[in-house]
Design a protein around this ligand. Structure first.
Ligand SMILES: [Cu+2]
Length: 113
């Protein structure tokens, strides 16, 4: 019993974990969208996306959620999250400027202007 409550005290300090996930965010709208969705995700305490690196820093309560759950949440918004690819349906709903390579997509395959 004593040991358990002792561990419980420890868990309060150590329960919050910080991870950095690389995403396919393109612009400020993407940043807002991802940060807002993550803010409401279970167990998430903090989310901040850096548009320079497209990395999102997330702090979450261990035991409430996992890094894997957070990657899935980002995928469901329509963005890649590390090795988890964007959900195709959600991705289709994104504005054109928010899609991958929104600015430099054209020269990949014989585009017709
Ligand atoms: Cu965007």
């Amino acid at each position: 019993m004593l040991a358990l409550s002792f561990l419980g005290l420890f868990a309060q300090d150590k329960g919050v974990k910080e991870i950095v996930i690389s995403t396919s965010a393109q612009c400020g709208m993407c940043k807002d969208r991802i940060e807002k969705e993550l803010a409401f995700a279970k167990g998430v305490r903090y989310a901040n996306l850096d548009l320079e690196t497209k990395d999102v820093t997330v702090r979450f309560r261990e035991g409430k959620t996992t890094a894997e759950e957070i990657r899935k949440t980002i995928s469901k918004i329509g963005y890649d999250a590390d090795e988890v690819l964007a959900d195709p349906v959600a991705y289709e709903k994104l504005p054109a400027c928010c899609k991958k390579g929104g600015h430099d997509q054209d020269h990949s395959q014989g585009s017709s202007h």
